[in-house]
Each structure stands twice: as C-alpha cells, then as structure tokens.
Design a protein around this ligand. Structure first.
Ligand code: PHE
Length: 341
C-alpha cells in the first residue's frame, strides 16, 4: 500500500487528481482507515506494531502530498504566466490621429497672429439679445440694415436671437472696459447665424472673426496697416489690399476690403472675375453712437473695427468649392487638411 500510494502521488499531474488520491489514501473512508479498522482482529502484540506502521505511512503520505501539491501549484502558476505573457516584440496597434477642422486651422492662425500684435481674444454668447446684436450696434428697430442680416429669433417677442454677427461682442466688451487703465485691442471669433437658403456659397451658419481697437488718436491708417498685415499673413507676403467705400450702421466711414487676387497676382483671372481683386472683409471707423451706447466718451476715444468671414478665408485660401462642407463634417473632407503639430 505504501509503495502504491507513493507512486500514485508521484504520478499525479494536476491538483484535482492529487486531492482525490489524498482522500483515497488518508481520508475517513480511505485505505489507511480501513487498515486501522481491521486492527481489532489482530493480536495484542501485532496491534501496536501495525498501528505504528500505519501512522508512519500516513505521515509520509501527508508530507509527500504537501510537496507534490507545492510542485503542482508552482507548475500551474508558471503555465499561467506563460499563457499571459506579453510579446513586447509584436508591432503596436496603429492609432488614428484626428485632424483639426479647417475653420479652426484658419481661426487659430489669425488668432495667433493678432495675439502677437497685442490683441486679446474675447468670446461672446451665440444666443444673443436683440439689444446687443442690433440696438447697441446702432441698428434700431425698423432700421433697413436689419434686412441685411435675416435673423433667427428664438422667442416670439423677438427679444432673443441667434447672433447674426460677432459685432455684439464689441458692445459687451466696450461696456466693461476701463479706458482710463488701457486701450482696447480685441478680436472675437465665433459662429453666427442667418436665415439663408443653403447652397455652395450660402450657409445659415458660418464663422466670423471680429476685430476692435479703441484708444485715443486711432486713424484709418492704423486700420489699413492692420488689415494689410493680416491679409499678408494669411494670403501671402506679396498681397496688397484696397479699401472701397461701403456702409455698416456701426462704422463711419465704412469700407469693404479687397486683396489682390492670389490666383493671378492681380492680373485678372476666373477666381477674381478678371478684376484682379477679391473682396475679403468689411471694416470701418467705429461709429460714435456705438461708443456712446456703451458709455465710452466718443470725443476722447475712437478706433476701428473689422469683421471677416472665416469660412470665406478658408474657401479662398484652400480652394474649397462648397461652404456646406464646413458644417456637414464628412471626415473625408475634413481629414484632407492636416496641420503639422
Ligand atoms: N458685422 C459685419 C457683418 O457681419 C462685419 C463688420 C464688422 C463690418 C465690423 C465692419 C466692422 O457684415
């Protein structure tokens, strides 16, 4: 029995088998117990001897089983580690890097340039009040200029609307700014909304970037120099600009700004409809009413403002043919424009 037991223990190759063997050999109904039970039939001299042998064998089994158990557990652990081992030489999974939206690329480029000129970036709400979007910007009720910016109203009383321009951020900032401490140089990028039937060149939502500079003794020459610098930064060093008279209720005088065509260099081509010039933005000298509405002394302070369409800039610079591509967000369109990090 002893040899048989030892062989069984030795040959067990998993923990379950070993446990069965232990029960069979040393358990309550096991082989050794049977031997102990049969001792009542033995003579008085034989009984202690057999008892001693049985105890020895039981102890031996116990130690052997414990040793074997440890061995098997170790082997199992190693097998598991083998199975779960990470092969560090495998090639990694390729991760997909997204791209910036083209509008954001253009916006950020102009923002960074303006910040380098000392402008601060200030944003305002997209759901705006009639008060800031129109009244404060010198566009009273029934003013014909309201028709230029067909508006989405968000309430029946027409008190709130989706802003039709970023200009209300001018009014909001002018109200708060302390001109006794510093002049104001700000830009305000953001989304604007107008009721429009969407097609390749019209969109009910687009993006503007507003600029505003207010200080003492600001002239139109400052405006022209600033716009020239921005145009050259965005469209190329050899660009020139020209100002044409225009009308905005919040600027006087108002101008429309053209840049020399970058497709033909000003000679005339299909991009510029043979004129050599491309219209890129609106601007002007801030109307005194806008300053006074915001509590700024228009005798002492004055300045210029400009508003450019980021979508238009992107279309011109990157040759995009449909303005709707900017909000449809088809990844195949968007990922064409990758910006080096
Ligand atoms: N807010 C004007 C527009 O949306 C643009 C503009 C801004 C013009 C500032 C002049 C000065 O058309």
């Amino acid at each position: 029995l002893k040899d048989q037991g030892l062989t069984q223990i030795k040959e067990a190759n998993d923990l379950d088998t070993l446990n069965n063997i232990r029960v069979n050999l040393t358990g309550k109904k096991g082989e050794l117990t049977k031997v102990l039970r049969s001792m009542k039939d033995l003579s008085n001299e034989e009984r202690p001897k057999v008892g001693q042998v049985v105890n020895e064998v039981r102890d031996l089994f116990a130690t052997e089983i414990d040793n074997k158990k440890e061995q098997l557990q170790q082997a199992e652990l190693e097998a598991q580690m083998q199975k779960e081992a990470i092969d560090v030489t495998l090639p990694g999974k390729e991760s997909y890097l997204g791209s910036h939206h083209l509008i954001n690329i253009v916006r950020q480029d102009i923002e960074e340039f303006c910040v380098s000129l000392g402008y601060q970036v200030i944003t305002g709400p997209e759901v705006e009040s009639d008060h800031y979007n129109f009244e404060m910007m010198n566009i009273p009720k029934n003013h014909p200029a309201r028709d230029m910016q067909d508006t989405f109203y968000v309430d029946a009383t027409h008190e709130h609307l989706m802003r039709s321009q970023t200009s209300p951020v001018q009014a909001r900032t002018l109200e708060k700014h302390d001109f006794s401490k510093s002049p104001l140089k700000m830009i305000s990028p953001g989304k604007v909304y107008r009721r429009d039937d969407d097609d390749a060149t019209h969109s009910h939502q687009f993006n503007q970037l507003e600029g505003l500079v207010i200080d003492e003794n600001i002239t139109m020459a400052h405006l022209k120099g600033t716009l020239q610098a921005i145009a050259q930064h965005v469209f190329g060093e050899d660009r020139e600009i020209r100002l044409r008279p225009s009308y905005f209720p919040f600027t006087e005088p108002s101008v429309e700004v053209d840049v020399t065509c970058f497709a033909c260099g000003g000679k005339g081509c299909s991009t510029c409809k043979s004129t050599g010039w491309i219209e890129v933005l609106g601007a002007g000298m801030v109307h005194p009413n806008v300053l006074e509405n915001a509590g700024v002394d228009s005798q002492k302070y004055g300045g210029f403002a400009f508003g450019l369409g980021l979508d238009r800039f992107a279309i011109l610079k990157y040759g995009v043919s449909d303005i709707r591509d900017f909000y449809l967000n088809d990844v195949r369109f968007l990922e064409q424009f990758r910006q080096e990090a």
